[in-house]
Ligand binder design. Sequence first.
Ligand SMILES: [Zn+2]
Length: 170
Amino acid sequence: MTEYNDEYWMRQALRLALRAQEEGEVPVGALLVLDNQVIGEGWNRPIGRHDPTAHAEIMALRQGGTVLQNYRLLNATLYVTLEPCVMCAGAMVHSRIRRLVYGAADVKTGAAGSLVDILRHPGMNHQVEILSGVLAEECAATLSNFFRLRREQKKALKQAQRSDMDNSPE
Ligand SMILES: [Zn+2]
């Protein structure tokens, strides 16, 4: 029997992150769950959609709203492989989700405690519970592998261009 725990759902979010990677986007995946049922899936796709707001979390929240026919996603839990940015944390406050579970911390821009804490800010009209570090190593590795591969591809491209020039007649 499948045990529906935080790790289980985070594995699904990781699978969605790989979909972003296949599309050449930074691999971040998000899953919205209510009563052990998935009501939203999202993966990062700002490049493909020409949309600065097309982060994995936003896509999952939008789908959840459509499924519930309500912008208030009360009692839902959002799973995301990377700590959300300020925009996505703001959307979570608007959506009134109960809980955020994330994998890797984003020390530079994370808005769930790393840079700022939007979700537990006492001045906000809604607070979101946070659980961090679920499958953190796998989530972080997905991102670091992606950036390493991209650096290697760029380097290989440069080397290919250089050898083209070397071979060209004077
Ligand atoms: Zn975001």
